[in-house]
Ligand binder design. Structure first.
Ligand code: FAD
Length: 484
C-alpha cells in the first residue's frame, strides 16, 4: 500500500484506502466489470439464477454475492421535522458542510462513533455544540486510545491470548478457554484485564478531572469496553479529548421531539435555539432491495417478527442459550438496560455468518452474504470470509449436516446477544473473537489456522493482514494438488 496520504500518527487514512482499492481494481482488470453509480433497487430469482434491477437496467447471473456493507443507508430520524428545519444524517455532512459552517449553534443527536466524530468536527470548527443522547439508550460509546503502553490497541486486541480473554463461541472447547471461563481464577483474570483497558480509556479521557467530560463516561462502569453495550470506538486524533474539553460543548441525556426552523423542542420540554441538527443515530435497512419472503429464505432479519420461522428456531435458540451459559458462565452477568423487546432483536440465520441456511439445506450454492460480521479486523476477515464463501459456491467445500448447521447458527445467535449485549442482539459481532472465526474457516478449507512460527508468537504476537497474506496462494496450490 502506498504511504502517500499517511497522517503523522502513522495510521491508515481513508485517502490511502481509496487509492489502494482503485489501484487494486485497475491492476486486476476489474474496472470494466464495475457499474458505477448503480443502486440496486430489487433482487429476485429468475430462470438463470438471480435478477437484479439497478437504475432501470436488469442484470442476470447464475450466482449472487451480497456485499452491500452495513453503513450505506442512513437510519430514520426519530423526531418530527417541521418545514424550514435544517436536519441531515451524519453520512451527508460533507455535502451539507457550507450550511453547517454558516451555523452558529449545532445540535448533534447520537451516542456512538459518528456522534463523537461530528462533535469533534464541530468543536474544531469553533461551533457551539449541544450533544444529545437519549436517556433510555445504552449511553456514550467507550472510546479507546489507539495506543496503550506504546502498543497499538488493535494489535493488542489481535493476539490469540486476547481472543481467549473474551468468552468466545469459537474456542469454548479448548483447555485455555476452560481455564479462563470455567474457573473462578480465570474469570477473575478476564475481568481484571478488561478493567485495565477500561481504566486506560477513562484516564485518556480524563473522566476524573473537573473538565466537564464526566457525562461521557460509558456504562457499565469498569467493564464498558468488555460488554460493548454501545459498541466500541478508537481515537485516532491526538487532540480528540482536548478539542472536546476546550470546545463550546454541552452534553445532555435528552431527545428531540420536534425540529423547527431555528430551534428544537426537547422531550424534557426545553427549547434550544440552533441553526442545524445532525442526526448521528446509525444506519437503516441495507437489505431493502429484498422482498420479505426472499429475506426470510436468505436468513436475513426482516426487522419484523420471524413468524412461522420463529417457531422452527425457538427450541434450538433456547437450548443454544443454555449451552452457551453453561460453557461461559460469565455471560450470565451480561448487562441489559431493561428487557430487550423482540422488535429490537434481529435473527440472522446464516451458517458461518455468510451462507443462508435454507439454501444450504437444499444444496443451492448460488448465493452468499458477506461483510455482516462486526470485528476489529474488517479487511482481514473480509478476505478470508470471501475465500471460504467462494470455495463453497464453487462446490469445493463440504458442509456439515443440517443438525450441525442449525446448532452453529443458533449458538452463535445466542452467544452474540449474551456476549455483546444489546448490540449483539441486533448485529452479528465477533469484535474480539475474529481469530477463532478465521481458524474455523481456514480449517474448513484445509489451510493452516495457527500461522505463527512458535508457541510464544502464536499467543503473544498480533495476528493481522500480513499473517494471512499467503492464504489465497496456499488455497490455489491445494486446489491444483487435489485436481492433479
Ligand atoms: C463513520 C464510519 C467510520 C468508520 N471508521 C472505520 C475505521 O476507522 N477503521 C475501520 O477499519 N473501519 C471503519 N469503519 C467500518 C468500515 O467502513 C466497514 O467495516 C467497511 O467499510 C466494510 O466494508 P464492506 O465492503 O463490507 O462495506 P462498505 O464499505 O459499506 O461497502 C458496501 C458498498 O456497497 C454499496 N451498496 C450498498 N447497497 C447497495 C445497493 N442497494 N446497490 C448498489 N450498491 C450498494 C455501497 O454503496 C458501498 O459501496 C467505519 C464505518 C463508518 C460508518
Amino acid at each position: 500500500m502506498s504511504q502517500a496520504g499517511m497522517p503523522n500518527t502513522s495510521l491508515v487514512s481513508a485517502e490511502m484506502i481509496q487509492r489502494y482499492l482503485e489501484a487494486f481494481a485497475a491492476e486486476k482488470g476489474l474496472m470494466p466489470h464495475i457499474r458505477f453509480n448503480s443502486w440496486v433497487q430489487n433482487v429476485d430469482r429468475c430462470a438463470l439464477g438471480w435478477r437484479l434491477r439497478a437504475n432501470n437496467c436488469y442484470y442476470e447471473s447464475k450466482k449472487l454475492i451480497l456485499a452491500c456493507g452495513t453503513s450505506s443507508v442512513p437510519g430514520g430520524v426519530h423526531f418530527r421535522v417541521e418545514p424550514g428545519a435544517s436536519v441531515c444524517h451524519s453520512r451527508d455532512v460533507a455535502a451539507n458542510l457550507p450550511e453547517i459552517e454558516a451555523s452558529r449553534h449545532v445540535v448533534v443527536v447520537g451516542a456512538a462513533k459518528s456522534a463523537y466524530d461530528m462533535t469533534y468536527l464541530l468543536c474544531s470548527l469553533g461551533k457551539r455544540v449541544t450533544w444529545l443522547m437519549r436517556p433510555d439508550g445504552s449511553g456514550p460509546m467507550p472510546m479507546m486510545p489507539y495506543k496503550i503502553a506504546g502498543m497499538h490497541i488493535v494489535a493488542i486486541g489481535s493476539t490469540r491470548l486476547m481472543s481467549y480473554l473474551s468468552p468466545s463461541i469459537f474456542n469454548t472447547q479448548t483447555w485455555l478457554a476452560s481455564f479462563f471461563h470455567r474457573t473462578a481464577i480465570g474469570r477473575w483474570l478476564t475481568r481484571m484485564s478488561w478493567r485495565f483497558f477500561n481504566y486506560m480509556c477513562d484516564k485518556t479521557a480524563g473522566f476524573w478531572k473537573a473538565n466537564g467530560m464526566g457525562i461521557l463516561k460509558p456504562e457499565p462502569n469498569e467493564l464498558s469496553c468488555f460488554w460493548f453495550t454501545s459498541a466500541l470506538g478508537m481515537i485516532t486524533k491526538g487532540d480528540f479529548w482536548g478539542t472536546l474539553q476546550k470546545g463550546n460543548l454541552s452534553v445532555a441525556r435528552d431527545s428531540i421531539d420536534v425540529a423547527r426552523e431555528g430551534s428544537v423542542l426537547l422531550r424534557s420540554g426545553k427549547v434550544i435555539e440552533c441553526e442545524y441538527v445532525i442526526s448521528a443515530t446509525g444506519w437503516g435497512d441495507h437489505f431493502g432491495f429484498l422482498s420479505p419472503s426472499l429475506r426470510a429464505e436468505l436468513g436475513i432479519p426482516s426487522y419484523e417478527n420471524e413468524g412461522e420461522k420463529h417457531v422452527f428456531w425457538e427450541a434450538y435458540d433456547r437450548n443454544a442459550k443454555e449451552s452457551v451459559l453453561k460453557s461461559m458462565p460469565l455471560l450470565a452477568e451480561s448487562p441489559k438496560r431493561g428487557e430487550v423487546t423482540p422488535d429490537l432483536k434481529l435473527q440472522w440465520r446464516l451458517y458461518n455468518r455468510c451462507i443462508p441456511f435454507e439454501c444450504a439445506q437444499r444444496e443451492d450454492r448460488s448465493v452468499a452474504v458477506l461483510g455482516q460480521l462486526y470485528t476489529v479486523q474488517t479487511s482481514t476477515v473480509a478476505e478470508i470470509q470471501a475465500l471460504w464463501a467462494i470455495s463453497y459456491m464453487l462446490g469445493e467445500l463440504d458442509l456439515p449436516d443440517d443438525k450441525v448447521m442449525i446448532r452453529e447458527i443458533s449458538e452463535f445467535q445466542a452467544w452474540c446477544g449474551l456476549r455483546y449485549s444489546i448490540f449483539g442482539e441486533r448485529y452479528p459481532c465477533a469484535a474480539f473473537d475474529w481469530i477463532g472465526y478465521l481458524d474455523r474457516l481456514l480449517e474448513d478449507m484445509g489451510l493452516r489456522s495457527h500461522r505463527k512460527n512458535n508457541i510464544f508468537s502464536e499467543y503473544f504476537s498480533p495476528y493481522g493482514p500480513e499473517t494471512y497474506r499467503d492464504c489465497l496462494q496456499e488455497y490455489i496450490a491445494k486446489r491444483s494438488n487435489t485436481s492433479a
